[in-house]
Each structure stands twice: as C-alpha cells, then as structure tokens.
Design a protein around this ligand. Structure first.
Ligand SMILES: Nc1ncnc2c1ncn2[C@@H]1O[C@H](COP(=O)(O)OP(=O)(O)OP(=O)(O)O)[C@@H](O)[C@H]1O
Length: 290
C-alpha cells in the first residue's frame, strides 16, 4: 500500500502542492488528471523521491520512503518522467537494460536478460534492439523509456509504477497498448499512478481518477464519479457531456467545441496596451467568426 499523508510542497515560497492525501492499494491503477500547471508532475516528482515534501510524508508498505535504502527502493518503485531527452547514441537494448542497473549484486539480477527481452517484445521493440536511440522517432523513443521502467520492476509485482504522460508522442495504437500494459500490471498487483491528459483514455483504463486543481486534490473516485460535466468544467474550463458507453459501460466524455472568445482576447490585449490586431493582420473578431 502507498499512502500519501497530507503533503505540501513549495518552490521559492510559492505553494505548488497543498495538503494532498490519498492511498493506493496493490492492484489499483489511478490516473492523475488536471489542467496544465495543476501540479501533477510535481506530485509525481515527490512520489519518485526526486523532490522532498515540505511537510507530510509518503509511506510505502508502512515505512516512510525516506527511510528506504536506495537499492531496495529501486526494486519497489520506478518512474517514467514526462520528458526523457536522449543525447547519446546508446542502442535501444542498452537503454532498456539501464532499468536493471540497480539490481547488480541482488539475486534478481539473474532475470535481467529475460526482463529486457519480455518488455522489449511488449513495447514492440524487438526489431529495434540494436538501433541507436538518436535514430528513433519521438514515439519510438518513448516506447524504449517505457520498456526501461517496466524492466526495472518486471519481477516485483508489489512495486509502484509512476508514469508521467507515458503516451506522449505515441500513435493511437501504442497509446492504448501502453495503458493496457499498465492495466494488466495492476491486475498482477502493481500499484500504478499515471498522469494523463486524455480523460477518455483515463476512464477506459484506470480504476480510479484523481483530479488536481491549483495544487489541491479536488476529486478522487471512479471514472463515473469523477468525470461529471460539472467537474470537467471546474477543472478544465470546458463544457462537456458525459455518457456511459453501452457496450463497455465505460464513461465517455465529449467536449463541446469552443469558439474563440474575441471580446475576452481584445479586452486583455487592450489592458496590456496592445493593438487588437495580431495574427497575420487579422483581427481576433474576424478569426472568431471564421
Ligand atoms: N522549477 C520550477 N520553477 C518555477 N515554477 C515551477 C517549476 N516547476 C514547476 N513549476 C510550476 O509549478 C506548477 C505545477 O507544475 P507541474 O509541472 O507540476 O504541472 P502539471 O500539472 O504537471 O502541468 P502539465 O499538464 O502542463 O504538465 C506550474 O505552475 C509550474 O509553472
């Protein structure tokens, strides 16, 4: 069980996370949603140990994360960051194998080769094994990083997997493949926390959703409880309808098309002392009527 107890986090005195508490049981897959800047990645950085909470604590199976030995924690928690820049010409297989570096000297090191091959197969990478990372497309690189973090936890089903926007740059098939891998791992007992922007993907694959807004946890529950039109409007400022798909019984959100709000843009520009013409010499009033 992972328990987040009333954590707060400030950067340069600005509170980025405020009094956040929740727990996750083995077998749960929780999607973290919220608008840009809501605090999702910051929360993931705290869960990953990259940053420390200002107050509160994060407990894993009853022990504070800060009390774990680094090597043990590497077998219990893996983190796919939002951005994974590649600057050196490692091969795909070498990058995936990096997920096992923490196992040197541990009994599970004997599983390294199997873990690498199985996760590469799962992420559609076997044909790429010897390719340089620098030669891959954005979506292919993302699949390699996903395989790397899966490899890290491959033989430890009571671990926590933190995925920050894992479907970035992926095509439709691999977005679904990635989330179905995560959901299957949850069924095996892993605790999964995944940051997503696509609320429908979240509703399709996660058993539970948490919405953050302005650094606070606003809603936490099943997709049907959390994804109501009112909540969507409060969290994202967009009108939407919510349905239950009759064949899958999953919640589906259909956002309403938005029109540019010319009056708002014009008054903001005027307040900033700018003329009201900008894009290609077209007034925003004209753009809004196109
Ligand atoms: N190093 C930093 N310096 C200043 N502000 C920061 C820094 N890191 C994060 N922030 C601010 O903290 C807030 C939360 O950022 P965070 O990256 O957690 O948001 P997010 O919910 O993951 O957003 P997104 O959906 O855009 O990825 C944002 O307003 C961001 O600008």
């Amino acid at each position: 069980m992972l328990r987040v107890e009333s954590i707060t986090y400030k950067l340069n005195k600005r509170p980025l996370l405020k009094d956040i508490s929740f727990s996750i049981r083995p077998g749960e897959m929780v999607a973290l949603l919220g608008s840009n800047g809501a605090g999702k990645s910051t929360l993931m950085r705290l869960l990953s140990g990259e940053r420390k909470p200002e107050s509160g604590r994060i407990m894993l199976y009853g022990d504070d994360l800060r009390d774990y030995k680094r090597k043990i924690l590497a077998t219990k928690r893996a983190y796919l960051q939002q951005h994974n820049p590649v600057t050196m010409a490692f091969s795909v297989k070498e990058v995936v194998m990096m997920g096992r570096y923490g196992f040197k000297g541990l009994p599970s090191a004997k599983n390294d080769e199997t873990a690498v091959l199985e996760t590469m197969e799962l992420c559609g990478l076997l044909d790429f094994a010897d390719r340089s990372m620098l030669s891959l497309s954005g979506g292919e690189q993302q699949r390699v990083h996903l395989a790397r973090v899966l490899t890290q936890l491959w033989d430890n089903p009571d671990a926590v997997l933190l995925l920050d926007e894992p479907t970035n740059n992926m095509d439709l098939q691999f977005q679904h493949q990635t989330l179905s891998i995560a959901a299957a791992m949850a069924k095996k007992g892993y605790m999964i926390i995944v940051v997503l922007h696509d609320v429908n993907l979240a509703a399709q694959y996660a058993s539970r959703l948490i919405i953050l807004k302005d650094g606070r946890k606003w809603w936490d529950g099943t997709p049907a409880q959390v994804l109501t039109p009112q909540h969507i409007y409060t969290a994202f400022g967009i009108h939407a309808q919510a349905y239950t798909d009759q064949s899958s019984l999953k919640t589906v959100i259909v956002p309403k098309e938005i029109k540019l709000d010319a009056a708002k843009f014009n008054s903001n520009l005027q307040a900033a002392g700018q003329p009201i013409y900008n894009l290609a010499n077209t007034s925003i009033d004209e753009l809004a009527t196109i």
